[in-house]
Design a binder for this molecule. Structure first.
Ligand SMILES: [Zn+2]
Length: 68
């Protein structure tokens, strides 16, 4: 699985580096909490959704990923 990070920082206010760090930790299976609601961030795979990425249940964090 390859990830394309090119569009990331257009989609949220977080910095590119912050997003990469979050993505890396979630992909490694580590628990990362949403800064807003303090709930665990979930990896959404292309199999699970048409909009894969990393998000919390409330949707305040929503990092879209392009899986290629
Ligand atoms: Zn949240």
């Amino acid at each position: 699985m390859k990830l394309d990070f090119s569009g990331l920082n257009k989609q949220t206010q977080k910095s590119f580096g912050d997003q990469r760090a979050i993505i890396k930790r979630v992909m490694q299976g580590k628990q990362v909490l949403c800064e807003e609601c303090k709930q665990a961030l979930l990896l959404v795979t292309p199999e699970a959704s048409e909009k894969p990425g990393i998000s919390c249940r409330k949707g305040c964090t929503n990092i879209e990923l392009d899986f290629a």
